[in-house]
Design a protein around this ligand. Structure first.
Ligand code: SF4
Length: 456
């Protein structure tokens, strides 16, 4: 009997890519392949690429070399956003056999027949306008949390962004499918589901192939909250213009949705927001943050921001810095602008020198550290629920509270994938929060005593 073929995966980029890799991997398994780790010998290596990654081409070549080091006869396939945007470039990389674009990636097993290596990578790509159908996905990230895709593509035209070119128009999974997937995930003993998509606030558009909204994001949130068995739901990232007050209010009273919002700002200057062709001004952003703070003072609010966009003067940057400095937010994800082919921003004037971009990025990253610390300090003394994760990090187990405070406690494997109530005590030198159990049974089990001994 012929041995079962082995397939390994490498994922670059966002949670959405991770959820799609899981779906592609399940397709392989259904076709009789065994999934192995990327560090092992496999017959096929699939690389799910990202176009947002800095030096995407260099990184891709390194990963291909790594795969071929494990097995120089292995079949290498590339899928994902970069494969859609630059298929010929990827196909020309030594050792690559197959490149699949946005419409083909979920059919990858149909393209893999005899596994013989090609001299030049074979490309099966499409015009991105053809990527108008929806493929549902979810992934189990670690043993505690799953990423559930609810929406794909984007109809916005932000001038710096290649995602609409790589993923196509905005379209959504049906409400029924999302609810079924959520039930399926929670039946696998997963405690937390993170909703993912390209522009999830646009949920409902393209459901049933109809460009009108069939359901809204607010309805999705309400329905998911009713699904039995789900313990925690997290909204990953949502555009400020699409985060409605009704959703914020619902989350504040919800059984499952946690008080954590990640809202892209990109710039605190209205001039730059207009150049970026974002669909809001800074005043809307302030309103959203104020609304969240009004109903959930303890909520965690994360912000995406881009520095060095063309035309961003020192004054514009200072506007962003001061805006964020004064705003009651909890952390920043800082992106340094870099030119992308086929985007409007790539040909705009007012190019910011690289050293200035880097300096601005460093300033905002410094501000982020201060913001996170201030947020954590404000949480000390409060009682929260932690979902403990699986890794033993130098004798500690870590996990996140509902409002995204990272907690560490002495390692105890029994805690993995459990939700525990803890009191937040102090912040350690690495910026993690030490805590103690509030449950006397755990204290009597010696877990807390061991922790106190470590604290002493
Ligand atoms: S909202 Fe703008 S930045 Fe986000 S995916 Fe759509 S076009 Fe890109």
């Amino acid at each position: 009997m012929e041995a079962r073929k082995k397939v390994a995966f490498y994922t670059l980029g966002c949670k959405l890519n991770f959820s799609e890799t899981s779906t592609i991997a399940r397709n392989f398994q259904e076709e009789g392949f065994d999934r192995v780790d990327f560090e092992e010998v496999a017959d096929i290596y699939v690389i799910n690429t990202c176009s947002v990654t800095e030096n995407a081409d260099k990184q891709f070549k390194q990963i291909v070399r790594k795969a071929l080091k494990h097995n120089d006869k292995a079949f290498v396939a590339a899928v994902g956003c970069y494969a859609q945007l630059k298929p010929e470039e990827l196909a020309a990389v030594d050792g690559v056999d197959l490149v699949l674009g946005a419409t083909e990636k979920f059919k990858i097993t149909d393209y893999i027949n005899d596994l013989s290596k090609n001299d030049m990578g074979e490309v099966h790509s499409c015009e991105i306008s053809e990527a108008d159908f929806y493929v549902g996905s979810y992934s189990i990230g670690d043993r505690t949390r799953a990423f559930l895709k609810v929406q794909d593509g984007c109809d916005y035209k932000c001038t710096y962004c290649t995602i609409p070119l790589a993923r196509g128009i905005s379209r959504s999974d049906t409400l029924q499918n999302v609810l079924d997937n959520a039930r399926e995930i929670s039946s696998q003993n997963i405690r937390e589901i993170v909703l993912t998509g390209v522009n999830i606030g646009d949920y409902g558009k393209g459901e049933f192939g109809n460009k009108k909204h069939e359901h809204t994001f607010y309805e999705l949130v309400q329905e998911l909250d009713k699904v039995e068995g789900i313990e925690r739901l997290r909204i990953s990232s949502i555009e400020p213009n699409l985060l409605k007050n009704e959703t914020i209010e619902f989350v504040s009273k919800s059984r499952t949705f946690v008080p954590h919002f990640h809202i892209p700002l990109q710039s605190g200057s209205n001039d730059i927001l207009k150049l970026m062709r974002r669909r809001y001004l800074r005043e809307i952003y302030t309103e959203r943050v104020n609304k969240i703070r009004e109903v959930m003072p303890h909520a965690c609010i994360g912000v995406d921001v881009i520095v060095g966009f063309p035309g961003e003067t020192d004054e514009h940057f200072l506007e962003t810095y001061n805006f964020l400095s004064e705003m009651d937010i909890s952390y920043l994800h800082v992106f340094t602008y870099s030119e992308r082919d086929n985007t409007a921003a790539a040909t705009m004037g007012g190019v910011v020198p690289i050293n200035v971009r880097n300096k601005r990025s460093k300033m905002l990253r410094g501000l982020s550290v201060k913001k996170r610390r201030a947020f954590y300090e404000g949480q000390l003394g409060s009682t929260r629920t932690v979902l403990f994760e699986g890794d033993n990090r130098e004798g500690y187990i870590t996990g996140f509270t509902e409002n995204y405070v990272k907690i560490k406690m002495p390692w105890n494997p029994e805690l993995i994938n459990t939700l525990q109530e803890v009191k937040l005590l102090t912040i350690d030198e690495n910026g993690l929060v030490k805590a103690e159990f509030t449950d006397v049974t755990l204290i009597n089990n010696g877990i807390s005593n061991a922790f106190e001994a470590l604290l002493a």
